[in-house]
Structures are given as C-alpha cells and as structure tokens.
Design a protein around this ligand. Structure first.
Ligand SMILES: Nc1ncnc2c1ncn2[C@@H]1O[C@H](COP(=O)(O)OP(=O)(O)OP(=O)(O)O)[C@@H](O)[C@H]1O
Length: 246
C-alpha cells in the first residue's frame, strides 16, 4: 500500500433516525497512516458516523468504501467479520470483560478467528500486544485491579492484537485525568508510527487532538463545516469554533 492511498472514502453520507436528520451529506477521506480527529458538539453524529464505517449502523444514502470495499455490499457475516478484523474499534469506556483476566481478555479476539493461531503463537501475540502498550506485568491481573488508564491500554492492546489496518477511537481519553489522557494520546501516536495504522479519533479533549492529529474535521449541523490541521483551525476567527479551543 502506498502512503497516499485512501483507506476510507465517504461521499454524501446521510442518516436519519425518524425525523432526526443526523448526517446530512458527510464527505471524508482517510489516507493511509493518517490520524484524523473529528470534533463536534455532543449529539452531532460522530459515533453514528464511525458506526456506519463498520456497518453497526446502515446509512440511508451515500457512498462508503473501506479498504477498497463498498460497505453496503458486505452481506454475509463472514465478509463483515473480515472487515471488522481489519478495522479495530475502541469504544467509549473501552469495555474489558470483568470476569476474565488480562490474558483471557486479549486471547478472546484470537480465539474467535476462523484460522485460530496455535497456543504458543497466541501467547506470543498476547505478550507482544501487552509490550506495545507497556503492560506485560499486568498479564495475570483482573480488570478490577487496574486503573482507568491501564484499562484503556489493555483495551487498546486487545484492539491491536488482530493487527488492524485502521483503528476507530471513540473518545479514547474520556474519564481519565489530564496526565493519563496525555499518555494515552501519545500511545495512539506511537501505534500510528510503529504499526502503520490509519485512525479516526473522535474526541472532545483538545490536548488529545493536538497530540494525535495530522488533520482535523469539525461537524456542524450534520456536515463537516471545517477541516485543517490543529494549528490552522485554532487560528480561525469563527467564535463557534474558538469555543473548542478555550
Ligand atoms: N440507534 C439509534 N437510534 C436512534 N437515534 C440514534 C441512534 N444512535 C444515535 N442516535 C441519535 O443520533 C444523534 C447523534 O448521536 P451520536 O451518538 O452519534 O452523537 P455524538 O456526536 O457521538 O455525541 P457525543 O459527543 O455526546 O458522544 C443523537 O441525536 C442520537 O440520539
């Protein structure tokens, strides 16, 4: 794959729930190895947009291609699972299974693969994923024994263990103190650089946006109103936009 390659291509995407028009014609291109931050006030459709990308929600209209596949054409579970394997999704809250140890949480996505790795390979991949988030020592712990920041790291390791080409982050730093948020943001940046991952990052946390983004887009009234780098957007005169930066 070439660096300039487009890994997600969205054109004129629309989605309503009843008479609530949420997405009114969204356009977006995510390039390979790019971190794109999406900003928007609460309830503006950021989560709906990224759920459309992995077909957790079906859009009403528009074009949506992910890794050269038209998402609406992916019908069978098998095809969808293949896509979801290549597109990792880090949900708000990071949800680990509380009754499973860290090792079991990380093995879980591997156990469900049709071409399940051997026991030894699984153990290697669990260690490699933990190493990449700096938490090898937590392998035998239960989620209840971990801090909020550690849980996020483990959730990220669980997403990375399938070696995704794209990761969608839905508010990765929510609920963390500023120092831990910064650590997680730096980790997102490392993941991009070390593993060639392309990402969409939804966040309200401007420090996270500054650290992680190559490019930003801002949603207003169901469309992208602004795009640019963090510094370009910070310089704009619109008071509505300045609110995000204050
Ligand atoms: N499955 C659904 N059924 C009906 N309405 C929905 C559904 N999912 C989302 N919505 C509506 O779509 C709108 C956008 O929701 P979404 O969760 O995408 O907002 P958001 O921008 O991610 O907000 P936040 O920043 O608060 O997480 C909201 O009005 C929400 O109520």
């Amino acid at each position: 794959m070439k660096e300039e390659e487009i890994v997600i291509d969205i054109q004129e995407l629309k989605k309503s729930f009843g008479d609530n028009e949420v997405l009114k014609g969204m356009n977006l291109q995510l390039h390979r190895k790019e971190n794109l931050v999406i900003l928007g006030k609460s309830g503006t459709g950021k989560s709906v947009l990224i759920k459309c990308i992995v077909k957790l929600i079906e859009p009403d209209e528009g074009r949506l291609r992910v890794l050269d596949q038209e998402v609406k054409d992916l019908e069978a579970d098998e095809e969808l699972n293949k896509l979801r394997r290549r597109v990792g999704f880090l949900f708000q809250g990071g949800a680990l299974y509380d009754s499973m140890s860290v090792r079991e949480n990380l093995r879980f996505p591997l156990e469900r693969l049709s071409d399940k790795p051997s026991r030894d390979e699984m153990e290697d991949r669990v260690y490699e994923a933990l190493r990449s988030v700096g938490l090898e020592k937590a392998i035998d712990k239960m989620p209840a024994e971990l801090s909020g920041g550690m849980k996020k790291r483990i959730a990220l390791a669980r997403t990375l263990i399938l070696k995704p080409a794209i990761v969608l982050y839905d508010e990765p730093t929510t609920g963390l103190d500023p120092a831990t948020s910064k650590e997680i943001s730096q980790l997102i940046l490392e993941m991009q650089q070390e593993y060639d991952i392309s990402s969409i990052i939804i966040t309200h946390d401007m420090a996270c946006a500054r650290i992680t983004s190559n490019k930003m887009k801002v949603i207003r009234n169901g469309v992208f109103k602004y795009k640019g780098t963090y510094d370009e957007l910070r310089e704009k005169n619109d008071p509505w936009l300045r609110d995000f930066f204050e």
